[in-house]
Design a binder for this molecule. Structure first.
Ligand code: URA
Length: 256
């Protein structure tokens, strides 16, 4: 990702600082320095200070289609971790690039790897049903994952793999500027909130994403709900919470 664009995204998100790696080599590339001490989990997080720019005041990158194109090409060409070697294709994400609601899952599975689209298997069908229950058509939201490549044998993505993919997700969030992030499942929630707290304890309240003002609601992963249907009522409470935060938004498509 070129440096100017990277800095732009990061300034908008305010979640990561960058510095040059001290390798002394000519091909140094900027590496993320995650603010380990920052507790990014709580809704009562103070508003960003200093040069962190809240999304609403930022440059309207979402109008620049070339940024999406570049990002798609970068994801497609990415070899930053070992996952790409073992999967058929990258799964960028799908939906309305100006969606009010951004759903973030874990990683592509076998069906997604085959079709190049997130949440197209059984879990995806349930996710579509959850979205419809909220009044959203699938096409009206944007659906992405923490990592863009299928981990072998459907294992959890490793922390380094999530980190290698982080810039792409941050760029997607910066471009979409959603009104709400719905984080589905443990891997998604723990990565987005930089915590190891269980989903059961993260759900049921409104977080904010990083140092942005973007509200984030955690719920169970649809694959888990397929295995544990008795938890669906709690998931529905989470979706209602998300709806109450979203307020009256268009649900047939994103913002005008
Ligand atoms: N599970 C996920 O978390 N993401 C997908 O894309 C499919 C299944």
């Amino acid at each position: 990702m070129d440096e100017l664009r990277r800095q732009n995204y990061l300034r908008m998100m305010g979640v990561t600082q960058w510095r040059l790696r001290q390798t002394g080599s000519d091909d140094e590339i900027p590496q993320p320095v995650v603010e380990a001490e920052a507790d990014v989990t709580l809704a009562e997080q103070p508003a960003p200070v200093g040069d962190a720019v809240p999304p609403t005041e930022s440059v309207n990158l979402a109008e620049d289609r070339s940024d999406w194109l570049t990002l798609r090409q970068q994801v497609k060409a990415c070899r930053q971790c070992g996952l790409r070697a073992g999967c058929s294709q990258t799964v960028f994400g799908v939906g309305d690039e100006q969606a009010d609601l951004l759903v973030i899952g874990e990683a592509p599975g076998a069906d997604e790897d085959r079709q190049g689209e997130p949440f197209v298997g059984r879990a995806g069908q349930l996710l579509n049903g959850m979205l419809l229950a909220m009044g959203f058509k699938r096409e009206a939201v944007f659906i992405a994952n923490i990592v863009k490549c299928r981990p072998p044998d459907n294992r959890d993505p490793a922390a380094e793999e999530a980190m290698a993919c982080q810039d792409y997700l941050l760029a997607q969030i910066a471009l979409i500027q959603p009104k709400l992030i719905l984080s589905v499942g443990r891997i998604s929630a723990q990565n987005l909130l930089q915590t190891d707290i269980a989903v059961g304890k993260l759900r049921g309240r409104v977080h904010t994403f990083g140092e942005t003002n973007i509200p984030l609601v955690v719920t169970y992963h649809p694959a888990y709900l397929l295995r544990s249907p008795e938890q669906k009522s709690k998931a529905w409470q989470d979706l209602q919470l998300a709806l109450s935060v979203l307020g009256p938004v268009r649900r047939d498509q994103g913002r005008d």
